[in-house]
Design a protein. Structure first.
Length: 300
DNA sequence: ACGGACTCCTGGATGC
DNA sequence: TGCATCCAGGAGTCCG
């Protein structure tokens, strides 16, 4: 399931394959993939055909490729992608067989010749859109050129962004009674974390998912941020986490960080620290995995 | 205003 | 064996 490391793997793959590529033709096979696009399919195709793609950017789990006019002029618009839980962006040879859940196909002509950039999505929570680029609400005066798609403006910076504000995040924790995991998953508070990496970071920090955020000490908050960054960097180095082939890189290959997971999906298996069997608990219509000994509610 | 519940969707796994 | 139900999840929306 694509969280920050998986989306970053895809971004890097796209950077190599599509930067400076020109879009020759766009075929919308399933219009439901355009649910975040402000216009219809015709408008989507029209906004892309003939334009070139600039180097891809990412914030949290959102990915976008700025568009250039045929004369090379920058356009304040971008092709925006969100993979949802099963979306894939694939670079394929022209005319390769259609994937079963192919939603959008784009023929692109780049430095490496002609390819197809395809958006494939089994569970259809993902989307492509053409969206305007605007200055971020948290713009840094030292970097006035930064631009974000409008639909990404409400998303916080992610913890690998050098301009992520640790201090502001700690203040946010002090100001809410929500459980710590709910805050980690709130993309307006900190971006890029989903259910898997939330559980991994909490396990590493020995925090219970329901621990009220305001009771997390400054020291623990710093440990938690460090754990989130560590787990992201490690997962990135291992190509991301793949379950049942739903997440793959642009060449269709799985990552292997699943082998390194210590908490997520491991109910009944012994905790790698203390040996107690991990438990699975319902949380916000999904699951949380934790060690009942290492990760207890504190200060109640 | 805040936070929790609900919604979109598909197919693999599970249960009777 | 076959049908029904459950479950997974990001982020927008809705409601108390």
């Amino acid at each position: 399931m694509p969280e920050l490391p998986e989306v970053e793997v895809v971004r890097r793959g796209l950077a190599a394959a599509t930067t400076a590529a020109r879009i020759r033709a766009v075929d919308v096979v399933d219009e439901r993939a355009l649910k975040r696009h402000p216009g219809d399919a015709l408008d989507f195709v029209d906004a892309l055909e003939g334009r070139a793609l600039a180097a891809p950017s990412r914030r949290g789990k959102f990915l976008w490729l700025p568009l250039r006019e045929p004369d090379g002029a920058a356009r304040e618009r971008a092709l925006v992608a969100h993979l949802g839980m099963s979306g894939q962006l694939l670079v394929r040879p022209v005319g390769a067989d259609d994937e079963r859940h192919l939603c959008i196909r784009m023929r692109v002509d780049g430095p490496g010749g002609e390819h197809e950039l395809r958006f494939v999505d089994q569970r259809r929570f993902g989307s492509l859109a053409v969206d305007a680029l605007v200055p971020p609400v948290d713009a840094d005066p030292a970097h006035p050129g930064e631009r974000l798609p409008t639909q990404v403006r409400r998303i916080a910076r992610d913890p690998l962004d050098p301009r992520f504000d640790d201090r502001a995040f700690r203040a946010l924790l002090r100001g809410t009674d929500r459980g710590i995991k709910a805050v980690l998953l709130d993309q307006r508070a900190i971006a890029g974390i989903g259910n898997i990496y939330a559980d991994e970071a909490l396990w590493r920090t020995r925090l219970h998912w329901a621990q009220p955020a305001r009771t997390v000490s400054t020291r623990k908050a710093n440990e938690l941020l460090a754990a989130v960054r560590d787990v992201f960097v490690q997962a990135l180095a291992e190509g991301g986490t793949s379950f049942d082939d739903l997440y793959v890189n642009v060449n269709g290959e799985s990552g292997y960080f699943e082998r390194s997971l210590q908490a997520y999906g491991r109910a009944g298996e012994p905790c790698a620290r203390c040996g107690r069997p991990l438990v699975r608990e319902p949380f916000a219509n999904r699951s949380s995995f934790r060690c009942p000994r290492c990760q207890r509610l504190r200060g109640r």
